[in-house]
Structure formats: C-alpha cells, structure tokens
Design a protein around this ligand. Structure first.
Ligand code: DC
Length: 234
C-alpha cells in the first residue's frame, strides 16, 4: 500500500494557502483541512451567543456546546465547515467574523480545543492542512512543511476581489486594515504565534501563477514521498 505523508501549509492571511492546499490534496488524493475555518466557526458561535471571550469560564462553557465537522459538498467535491450541524462555510468568511477571529484564535482553551481535533484528523496521514501553526505545533513531525508568503499589496488586492463579490460595499482600506491587524495579532500572540518552522520550505507566490505554485509544491511532495520510502506514482 502507498505510504502517505502529512503536508502543512502555513503563512500570512490571504497568501493563497487554501487554493494551493486544495489543489495539492486533489492531485495526491489527500484530505484537505482548512484549520482557519475551525477558528472562524468558533468565533461565529461566540458572536451569535454573546460569549464574553475575555472570561475563561465563559469560553470553557461555550466550547462544550460546539461541534465542528467538515463535510464534503457532493456538488463540487469541496469540504465545508459545519457548526453544530449547520453549514457555515459561507457566513464564516464574512468581515464581521474576520474582524474578531484573531482575538478568539489567541485564546489558549480555543487553541487546545481546535488543535486536538486537527491532530486526530491527521492520524492516518494523507492530509494537507493549512493555517498558522500547523507545521510548528499541530504536526511538527510533518514530512513536508510549506511556508507561504506574498507581497502585501498583492494579498490585499486578492482578498478585496474575493470579498467584493459577496459585498460590493466593501472598501480596499477596510480589507487592508483587517489584513494588517490579523497579521499582527497572529504573529505576536503568546500561544502558537505564526512563524516559519525551521524545516519549512518557503513559497513566495507574488509572481507565480496558480499552476506554477502547484507544480513547485507537487515537486516537493513527490520528493518527500520518495524519501518516505514510497513508490507513489502520478
Ligand atoms: O486562514 P484564515 O484566514 O481563514 O484564518 C482565520 C484566522 O484564524 C486567522 O486570523 C488566524 C487564525 N488561525 C490560527 O490562529 N491558527 C490556524 N491554524 C489557522 C487560523
């Protein structure tokens, strides 16, 4: 039987991590997990239920009522986030959630809750997971760790185009300040801050097409698969 590996993709917000992760997973026949969706779904629950996340007890109690699950959408084959059996894949991308998610993701109890589930999902390997701490904390033993980066202006432009489709009232300044704020909080928090794992390979996609970045990452994956004593063929 083919040996499988774990691939982690970390990096700044709106670097194209999920685009690459989804394509890699499809090419390799692996499971794709968007760890950010879990933090977003928890944030959505907190907002809807007026949870005061500055209070440990309130957070602990709320987490007991949160069930997170990824389910495959049969129409497009994409994995989607379910919060207590409700499909929240669309609503968690809203700016209202984006404005608070970095604060919620900095809470110890929230991270322990999410990381435990993420590690369980990787038990059988054959997984591509993207996020901020996947190569450093969730799967420090992963066979392939990618750290993605891109020029700030390009990231803002990409995220703006994405959000504008859903909400034409959004401005580029709003998107820029949200990205800057999230990058700052994500990389300065006390627990599991965003940082490049020492053994991560850096992929700067500022000037790469989607196809080019996929080819680079696939090359790395195949190399690691061979290294893992695998006879995987594509
Ligand atoms: O990847 P994203 O933009 O959907 O992530 C949403 C937020 O969740 C982001 O601001 C940082 C946080 N996050 C995290 O702290 N750790 C992860 N593994 C993934 C996301």
């Amino acid at each position: 039987m083919d040996k499988k590996i774990i691939i982690t993709i970390d990096g700044w917000s709106s670097c194209g991590k999920s685009t690459l992760a989804k394509q890699l997973a499809r090419e390799l026949g692996y499971v794709y997990i968007d760890s950010g969706a879990m933090y977003r779904a928890i944030t959505l629950y907190f907002l809807r239920n007026h949870v005061d996340w500055t209070k440990h007890k309130a957070v602990e109690d709320a987490l007991k009522h949160i069930d997170l699950e990824f389910q495959s959408n049969h129409k497009n084959g994409q994995s989607e986030m379910y919060l207590n059996e409700e499909n929240v894949e669309y609503v968690i991308r809203d700016l209202v959630v984006a404005e608070k998610v970095s604060d919620v993701a900095a809470i110890r109890e929230v991270r322990e809750f999410a990381v435990r589930q993420q590690q369980a999902m990787g038990r059988k390997k054959g997984i591509v997971m993207d996020g901020r701490d996947i190569g450093t904390v969730v799967f420090p033993q992963a066979e392939l760790k990618i750290f993605m980066t891109a020029d700030n202006a390009i990231r803002v432009e990409r995220r703006f185009r994405e959000l504008y489709e859903k909400n034409p009232n959004i401005t580029i300044e709003e998107v820029k300040s949200n990205l800057e704020m999230r990058d700052y909080i994500d990389s300065h928090r006390a627990i599991s801050p965003l940082r490049q794992a020492e053994d991560a390979l850096v992929l700067d996609n500022s000037k790469l097409t989607i196809k080019e970045q996929l080819d680079i990452a696939l090359g790395w994956a195949k190399e690691r698969l061979e290294h893992a004593g695998n006879n995987h063929k594509k």
